[in-house]
Design a protein around this ligand. Structure first.
Ligand SMILES: [Zn+2]
Ligand SMILES: [Zn+2]
Length: 180
């Protein structure tokens, strides 16, 4: 199972985002989640498509990619998704964005990532002294390639993840990818 888009089979489910009912026959978005109460180990939470675009733009994008049936308002929905992506934080690493401050240092060259410049965020282990947790680490796009080689991470897969997770305009994203 995965995230999906389907016609509501009944009018009983309500939207997890806005809490209002989803009409029977209306296209709805199923957000997959792990359920210990279900045999298969996973189940779906339902959302109106427009609500999912705002609240879960990444998951909805994934479902749209696999949806083969009719979708009358696809262009409108994609517009809503683009807006949703701007308003939500990236959900997964790695992603590229613009540095909101100049405080972070590049993991590779250890010099600061300038405020407002394009950067790549990756997940890394952070040793707090008391315990090891996971947090974000940042890279200059031009340093990322060498860091990937150092970590033995394959470039194409990393770039595909960046493409999927980032919130940048496509021109900016291409710039980041070009520098890796
Ligand atoms: Zn809703
Ligand atoms: Zn650097």
């Amino acid at each position: 199972m995965a995230h999906l888009i389907e016609e509501a089979k009944s009018g009983r489910a309500s939207c997890r985002t806005c809490r209002k009912a989803i009409a029977k026959g209306e296209l709805r978005f199923g957000e997959e989640f792990d359920s210990q109460f279900n045999e298969g180990g996973s189940s779906h939470r339902w959302h109106h498509l427009a609500c999912a675009a705002g609240a879960l733009p990444d998951a909805l994008t994934q479902a749209l990619g696999e949806h083969t049936g009719d979708l009358p308002d696809r262009a409108k929905l994609e517009e809503l998704i683009a807006k949703g992506k701007k308003n939500t934080k990236p959900g997964a690493f790695p992603y590229a964005d613009r540095a909101p401050t100049g405080r972070a240092k590049c993991l590779f060259c250890e010099s600061p990532v300038e405020k407002g410049s394009l950067r790549i965020a990756v997940e890394r282990q952070v040793d707090t002294g008391a315990f090891v947790t996971k947090g974000a680490g940042y890279l200059h796009p031009a340093c990322a390639g060498e860091q990937l080689d150092r970590d033995g991470i394959e470039h194409e897969g990393f770039k595909a993840s960046l493409r999927a997770n980032s919130r940048l305009e496509s021109g900016e994203l291409d710039q980041v990818l070009g520098e890796i």
